[in-house]
Design a protein around this ligand. Structure first.
Ligand code: 3PY
Ligand code: MG
Length: 251
C-alpha cells in the first residue's frame, strides 16, 4: 500500500508542513501540492468545498507528492467513510469532546478488528493499492480536533483511544471556548491548554498537530514540538501574495 509519508514524517519526529484548501478548485489544490507541501487538508468544515466536489480535488492532488487529508464537517459516520473511500489518507474531525466521540471516529475510519468501516474503497484502492484492506489501518490517520474546554479537559481519555493517531488542535476555537475572542494573540490559558495537550500527545507517542496562522506561528509550533502543522489556507495565501505584489508595485 502507498505509504502515508506525512504520518511517517510526523512519527519520525520531523515536522510535516501543509495548508488548507477552502476553495473548491482542483487547479488550486494541484498547484499547492506541486509546491512541495507534505500534505494538503481539503476542508469541508469551512469554505466552499462539499462532499460532491472533494473527490476531484483528491484526484488533482494525486499528481503531486502531497498526502490528501480531509477535515470533515462533523463526526459523521457517512462522511468519514465516504471521504476515505474517495482516497483521503486521513480524517480530521472537529470538536471532539470525549472518549466516546473518539471511539466513533475509530469505528468509522478503520476496518475490523480496529473499527467497523464498511467495505467499498471505490477510489481509495486505486490510489493506495490492492492491499488496502490489510494496510489502511496502518497508513490512514484519524485526528480528533481538540478545540473546546471539554476537549481540553478530556484530552487524555480522547488520545488514549486505540486507533486515534494523535490530535489536531484548533487554537482559535479553543480560545473562544475558553471565553476569549478570535482576534489578537491567544490568551495565556489557551496557550497553557495547548501545551498540556501537546505533552499528553507526546507522552503517548502520538501525532501532535495544530493550525498556524503565519510563518512565525508555524515556526513556534514546530519548535514547541508539534509535528503536523497547517499554515494558513489557499484563500489567505492568495490574498497575501496578491497584496504583496500590489503594494510593491504601487509603492
Ligand atoms: C481553529 O483554530 O479552531 C481551527 O479549526 C483551525 O483550523
Ligand atoms: Mg476550529
Amino acid at each position: 500500500m502507498r505509504t502515508n509519508t506525512t504520518r511517517q514524517r510526523a512519527l519520525a519526529d520531523e515536522t510535516a508542513i501543509g495548508t488548507m484548501c477552502n476553495l473548491a478548485s482542483p487547479l488550486g489544490a494541484e498547484t499547492l501540492g506541486q509546491c512541495g507541501y507534505d500534505f494538503i487538508v481539503l476542508d469541508l468544515q469551512h469554505g466552499e468545498n462539499g462532499i460532491d466536489g472533494v473527490q476531484v480535488l483528491m484526484q488533482a492532488l494525486s499528481t503531486t507528492p502531497a498526502t490528501p487529508l480531509v477535515r470533515v464537517t462533523a463526526n459523521s459516520a457517512i462522511q468519514i467513510q465516504r471521504v476515505l473511500d474517495l482516497g483521503a489518507y486521513g480524517v480530521i474531525v472537529p470538536f471532539i469532546n470525549n472518549r466516546q466521540e473518539a471511539e466513533e471516529i475509530v469505528k468509522n475510519a478503520f476496518y475490523p478488528p480496529l473499527g467497523s468501516r464498511s467495505w467499498g474503497p471505490t477510489r481509495a484502492m486505486m490510489y493506495a493499492g490492492n492491499d488496502y484492506f490489510a494496510g489502511s489501518s496502518q497508513e490512514i490517520i484519524a485526528l480528533p480536533m481538540l478545540e473546546s474546554a471539554d476537549g481540553l479537559a478530556n484530552a487524555k481519555e480522547i488520545l488514549e483511544v486505540d486507533g486515534i493517531s494523535g490530535c489536531f488542535v484548533g487554537p482559535t476555537d479553543l480560545n473562544i471556548s475558553l471565553g476569549h475572542t478570535p482576534d489578537g494573540p491567544l490568551a495565556s490559558d489557551t496557550e497553557e491548554g495547548i501545551a498540556e495537550i501537546l505533552k499528553i500527545t507526546q507522552d503517548l507517542g502520538k501525532i501532535a498537530a495544530i493550525h498556524a496562522i503565519s510563518i512565525e506561528d508555524a515556526k513556534k509550533r514546530s519548535e514547541q514540538g508539534f509535528r503536523l502543522i497547517t499554515v494558513a489556507a489557499d484563500t489567505r495565501l492568495l490574498r497575501l501574495g496578491a497584496q504583496q505584489t500590489l503594494s510593491a508595485l504601487r509603492a
